[in-house]
Design a binder for this molecule. Sequence first.
Ligand code: AP5
Length: 226
Amino acid sequence: MVTSRHTYVVLLGAPGAGKGTQAERLESELGLPHIATGDLFREALKKETPLGLRAKSYMDQGLLVPDDVTVGMVRERLSKPDCAGGALLDGFPRTVEQATALDALLAEAGASVTVVPYIKVSTETLLARLAGRWVCPKCGAVYHMLYKKPANDKICDVCGTALYQRADDTPETQRKRIDVYFQETAPLIEYYASKGLLVEVDGERDIEQVHDDLLAVIRDAMDRAG
Ligand code: AP5
């Protein structure tokens, strides 16, 4: 599955912190595939596969999809040839159980997590970002109606498709997802800090500044890992 030289980056942060936005750019700069479990579930749902239909009921309520389903999906994705050198993980792991499963999965191939940049953002900012988010259904580009506007009203700059708001971006579901994050995902901050892998990045600043910090943190960890 992996070679001896590999880089696994876990982008940690609450819903709306900017994980997807940052990963979109880092993917090409680092030459690592961007694996977003939310995108994998949405893709499966679009194709109406059993996995997608099962995930839908959880996603619509702002709840996490069960660990066994999620870990199985990630295991399969990481076995693809493009992940031979590692991956940029966005939205996974999201529970301590998923984190230990990831450790075991990578250990099978003599690999381990390289670094965990934690994009720290206040709840107020998270809600403002989620409320203004519009996404391209075709190419996945992410916009914000205040902070990252498309050139033409609600049309994707990249592929010209009409943008939409995600089904789980209603005010009630946004709140629920943030609550679930604090209950189930925030313990990963301590999990990775205790392993010396966590690096906090101030996510309150603009997209460019956050990007520069993330790139520096990841490159530094890659250098140290040799
Ligand atoms: P998922 O798709 O992963 O959603 P999420 O974690 O809730 O993350 P988001 O995509 O909402 O936020 P983001 O951090 O990527 O922010 P973005 O870059 O878009 O998961 C959806 C669902 O799938 C889950 O609820 C769950 O049901 C299921 N699921 C997924 N993974 C799972 C797992 N591992 N286990 C179990 N279930 C799982 O940015 C947000 C907005 O802010 C955008 O408009 C952007 O333009 C803007 N923005 C970004 N950065 C900045 C900035 N610095 N300044 C100003 N604006 C900014």
